[in-house]
Design a protein around this ligand. Structure first.
Ligand code: ARG
Length: 593
């Protein structure tokens, strides 16, 4: 598929191209990757750090360079002419400091306003990725861990899609396994006319699961029948298949309610989907000599692990690992994905380490030292804690009901909004629909942002008070910041759509320049967040951007100043970038608050 518009990549990517060209001239004998970073010193905006490493590679080989500084000087001198770079200087052991040209930065921003932010998409090294996320288990509650997986996975998917990668969003639901015998048998007994009753009538699946489990544990004859049911289901018997379908349907309806509220799109390909592929996949692994017998089970021994990876249980059944091997085979060979990413809690780290190793032993994945793709990653995340420091729960229930959690986020944000609007006498300007939509955007956005802003590996404490506060690094604060920019533009009574075509941006004031440079870093931030699979990088950027805007707005008069046009365009560009960040984080922006 043709991407909407492909820009030349992030600033870093564009500078890297110039650096590559310079390196070819400077040191034609060595092949190195360009090292371009944002400058840490005051002397430049970006810097090229190749000289030191190059020096240690070529010194003593008869090179004419006297020291790393001389290499840095040559790299700077050999940069091809370009309108990106204003000037360069070389510091210490050859760091090349690069100052960007103000007019290029200004033009880049204006181009984005005219042609759309999609032109700022970074260029990623893959065309198609599988993102396996959310993935709750049928008939069991979708818990906070699944909420984290849903939120983190959706953000990563959005960032990849923005970067023109085709993303297969996969919901790897737990819809297969021995528990289905019990559930089906219980369905037959409890609802003899189950084929006619609507999914509604069967009601809450958690309760259904518990009741059937009690029956299973308490009645050996029921247990027998349940075990028979598994066999008949796996044998493909029509009636059992239909009952299984019905049970999955009920779960699916419940999950979909949550996805809808979170505006998350997923395509279900559950464990059952891969079941038919398991035998052939295991046969392939067996032919490669990877599968061994151990205590009646069939296993793969993996270097560095105490216990082997079980792929066929002692009773002959397949398991989580055999399903994952078959799914990976399918994703690589049928779906032709170059990057396969799994989002689950860190507790599953070992499972992923082991089955990725097995895939490498089978030759499915290249040695990472030789080739980068296809590759797999486990995106692990920590726990959500309650204010007591223990695993987060609501009231006395075992797990948090996600629907209730979202209800509460919305109602709290609505009452705070109402209170604020009443105090400021603004309540009259709001329709009921606006109130509803805004409380949802703010409330759900707060839940998502509170999760995403942390490095995903750390545990975080769930607190409605904190996430709904309008101070500090919260979604609410950011929503206010964005709405304020929109209101500045509205109050100017200028048509920015017209200004962006006729006016021009200049960055003469230092705070304008700082803001402009930060705006154009957007693409490389998205690139970094995708490369390292870290959504918090984008949150940090969004928060810093709003701080930089505040500094600019405090020190540079916008409306009524001689620079009004340029400054309004900077306001608009900031609002556009902030909205794109919200979009990538799955948060609906609010235009008035
Ligand atoms: N259903 C699993 C769970 O709830 C998560 C599945 C993750 N995906 C995978 N391919 N293993 O823990």
């Amino acid at each position: 598929q043709e991407p909407a518009a492909v820009g030349a990549g992030s600033v870093k990517q564009q500078l890297s191209k110039l650096v590559i060209s310079s390196l070819r001239t400077t040191v034609p004998e060595v092949d190195v990757e360009p090292m371009v970073e944002v400058c840490t010193a005051k002397f430049g905006d970006y810097q090229c750090n190749n000289a030191m490493g190059l020096w240690s590679r070529i010194k003593g080989s008869g090179t004419s360079f006297k020291n790393p500084n001389a290499i840095g000087q040559a790299i700077a001198k050999n940069l091809p002419p370009s309108d990106i770079i204003e000037s360069t200087s070389v510091a210490g052991p050859g760091f090349v400091n690069i100052v960007l040209s103000n007019s290029w930065v200004a033009k880049r921003i204006q181009d984005m306003l005219v042609n759309g932010i999609k032109t700022w998409a970074p260029i990623l090294p893959v065309k198609r990725a599988v993102l396996d996320f959310s993935s709750p288990n049928i008939a069991k509650e979708m818990h906070v861990g699944h909420l984290r997986s849903t939120i983190i996975g959706d953000t990563l998917a959005r960032m990849f899609e923005f970067s023109n990668v085709e993303v297969l969003r996969r919901n790897h639901v737990g819809d297969w396994g021995t528990q289905f015998g019990m559930l089906i048998q219980y369905l037959f007994e409890k609802f003899p006319n189950w084929e006619e009753v609507g999914t509604q009538a069967i009601g809450d699946l958690q309760t259904f699961y518990k009741a059937s489990k009690n029956r299973f544990d308490g009645d050996p004859e029921f247990k027998d029948r349940a075990q028979q049911a598994v066999v008949r289901l796996q044998g493909g018997e029509e009636r059992y298949r239909a009952a299984w379908n019905k049970i999955c349907e009920i779960s699916r309806n419940e999950f979909d309610l949550v996805y809808k509220r979170l505006t998350v799109v997923l395509e279900e390909k559950g464990e059952s989907f891969y079941n038919p592929y398991i035998p052939q996949v295991l046969e392939e692994l067996d032919n490669k000599g990877l599968i061994k017998e151990s205590e009646g089970a069939r296993v793969i021994f993996i270097e560095g692990h105490q216990i082997p990876l079980i792929v066929v249980k002692r009773d002959g059944g397949f398991n989580y690992a055999s399903t994952d091997l078959a799914a990976l085979w399918y994703r690589l060979n049928v779906e032709k994905a170059e990057w396969i990413i799994y989002v689950t809690d860190v507790g599953q780290q070992q499972h992923f380490d082991m089955f990725f190793s097995a895939a490498r032993m089978a030759g499915w994945l290249p040695d990472p030292k030789e080739k980068k793709f296809p590759k797999t990653n486990h995106v692990g995340f920590g726990l959500v804690l309650g204010s007591d420091g223990k695993r987060f729960r609501t009231r006395s229930t075992e797990v948090v009901r996600l629907g209730e959690l979202l209800d509460e986020a919305k109602s709290r944000s609505k009452s705070e909004l109402l209170q604020r609007l009443t105090e400021n006498g603004k309540i009259v300007d709001w329709t009921e629909e606006e109130l509803e939509a805004t409380s949802e955007a703010v409330g759900y956005g707060a839940v998502k942002y509170a999760d995403l802003k942390n490095n995903r590996l750390t545990n975080y404490t769930f607190s409605f008070e904190q996430m709904l506060s309008d101070k500090g690094n919260t979604a609410v604060y950011l929503q206010y910041a964005h709405a304020r920019i929109c209101s500045i533009i509205r109050k100017s009574n200028k048509d920015v759509e017209e200004l962006k075509m006729s006016g021009a941006i200049s960055l003469d004031h230092p705070d304008e320049r700082v803001l402009g440079l930060y705006l154009i870093r957007f693409a490389e931030v998205v690139e970094e967040a995708c490369t390292n699979l870290l959504p918090n990088v984008l949150c940090e950027y969004l928060y810093n951007l709003s701080e930089m805007f505040t500094r600019f707005y405090t020190n540079c008069q916008v409306v009524g100043s001689p620079e009004e046009t340029s400054r309004l365009l900077l306001c608009q560009a900031t609002a556009v970038v902030m909205r794109q960040c919200f979009e990538l984080l799955g948060i609906s922006p609010v235009y008035k608050l």
